[in-house]
Ligand binder design. Sequence first.
Ligand code: GLC
Length: 546
Amino acid sequence: MDNQWYKTAVIYELYIKAFQDSSRDGRGDFAGLTSRLDYLKDLGIDCIWMLPTYPSPGRDDGYDVMDYNSINPEYGSLRDFIVFLDEAHKRGIKVLIELVLNHTSDRHPWFVEAKKGPQSKFHDYYVWSDTSDKYSKARVIFTDSEQSNWAWCAECQKYYWHRFYYHQPDLNFDNPAVREEMKKIISFWLDLGVDGFRADAVPYLFEREGTNCENLAETHDYLKELRKMIDDNYKDRVLLAEANQWPEDLLPYFGSGDEFHMAFNFPLMPRMFMALKQEHHGPIVDIINRMPKIPDSCQWVIFLRNHDELTLEMCTDEERDYMYSQYAYDAQMKINVGIRRRLAPLVENDRRKIELLYALLFTLPGSPVIYYGDEIGMGDNIYLGDRNGVRTPMQWDENKNSGFSDCKPSMLYAPVITDPEYNYNAVNVNAQLANPHSLLNFVKKMISARKLYNNSLIFGCGEIIFLYPENKKILVFIRRYKDDVVLCSFNLSDTPQPVAIDLKEYEGYEPIEIFGNTKFPSIGALPYLLTHSPYGCYLFYLKKHR
Ligand code: GLC
């Protein structure tokens, strides 16, 4: 299993800018992050996924890259990055960085040159047209800010193609030089020792007339080429795909085990929130049953929240309307096709619901992602514009600037959260470390429970078998890896619920409750009865009687 570490990994997603400032300039940096590695080690995570750290004008929070081969000086130097990487590795923590393939910033020297016209060798690095009506079947992604995927360049009197902000021109992957540039960039970071990449916006690399310009065969061929290049030259490095797509379109990103090692399960995410509101197991069961079987060496990556909006792109119109009505009752909470809120505010800071969602995250198939701050139930600020409301400074303690930075408060890149319910005075790491019943300690407990009894393998690699109790408010499934079996049962409702589970297949097994190591009555021929408290969950290891 050693070279498949990603299959059992717990991933922690963070913004370097938001984590810890050591230089008192109001922004986080590598030295700061390095000083907080012991916290992450103690939390029990296996891998850090770091949001972009490249030099950038920061108009899309670093996804607008100006230089792929260095570190944004605001965050430190390349040397600081290497020290951080070594220190993470010393603690057994892997590091994934961002690979922004699809586009650059319009301030990237390639684009600055490209704009000069066809005589520039960089002109063909981007996608140009004399008209703005090519590729008209491609949807606009940032619907709140862009009307078209074409923008006019006054300098070279042509339109250029962009799938995201107008200041993020798409690279032209039909140009072999672009394809080679990306390979060089990948090698640069792998040579420095990173463990892999979260590859941004991969469905959109190529454009073809008459298609929606997503998931094209050419795109998959190129991604396979990148994978081969990595496998041929490096050991144990991984690629994680950001492809916000329906289940059937996600499968090709795994190829036959020769494209991505991992891909986010975008369709599952909103359905966990849906199931909770509807108090019905249907949305979760249906989508997981619809997920295609992926090659053995591959893995889903599952998440509750991330740095973007809670995207509702992989929902039907009806589901989307429902999600907006339930989770974005204030128009300010909406952005593009989604909801810009953190985990705790989404569920009205109901600790029972947060714990239930975490229990789902840690037991459903895939490697779970924790978004920084959500382990302590941080709040958000929906008035900060774009998706910045979920990107505020990490809340470490009750001191000035929440212990994030010693700068003047007005210098902070974003204000810390001070609204009464989520005020950093109370919602912070220090306070929660000191309280055995805090959310932070619950999350730690979940992570270690996952690792018990070979559980990382059960949850990381085991199959999932849904059981269908008559009471639809209860979600029940078995996770099974070889001889290890875990029974998971969740009450998705606000009231106590009984459930009768058909466990005939496990007659004679003894359920051991995972958190308390408590023996429950053995399973007999009749349905197994459980009584759930509101939003309660049970995890039982099923021990075979010898
Ligand atoms: C991805 C990122 C998002 C970014 C976009 C454009 O979707 O997650 O934050 O804005 O790509 O790079």
